[in-house]
Design a binder for this molecule. Sequence first.
Ligand SMILES: [Zn+2]
Length: 145
Amino acid sequence: MIWMSCHGWRDWLEEVSWRNSIMPARSTRQKARARILAAFSAQLDRMIPEDERVPLKGATFADFEDQVEQLAQAALPTALEERAALEANAEVETAGRCPHCGSERVYLEKQVTQPGVLSPHGAVVLHKQHARCRSCGGSFSPSSS
Ligand SMILES: [Zn+2]
């Protein structure tokens, strides 16, 4: 605890997350880990503030369960988003091959959407690329998202 307040944990996380600018996927492991830790840390600060003078909220076990569920719903979707972004095909450069007709006369559309998905632990925002086929006119998503 003392280590965190003395050295500024958040500053350290930011430094780590920006040190590596290589982009193997849509994100880097360092950025992913930093964002997950930051999301968890922010919720933990609300649930169990580091400052001993700040009173803890809740009184019953049911209250504590609610608090932990809030923490999970705020932090776990971030972990899922970041894990998905680390896949090598999270952001592709070319559309590849049309899944409808097999043609390679395909192109990536400029528009990227961010569909929301409801995971067991809350809403997750994905990053979805779209492609279109010149041969059959079909549309598809080239990435795994
Ligand atoms: Zn096609």
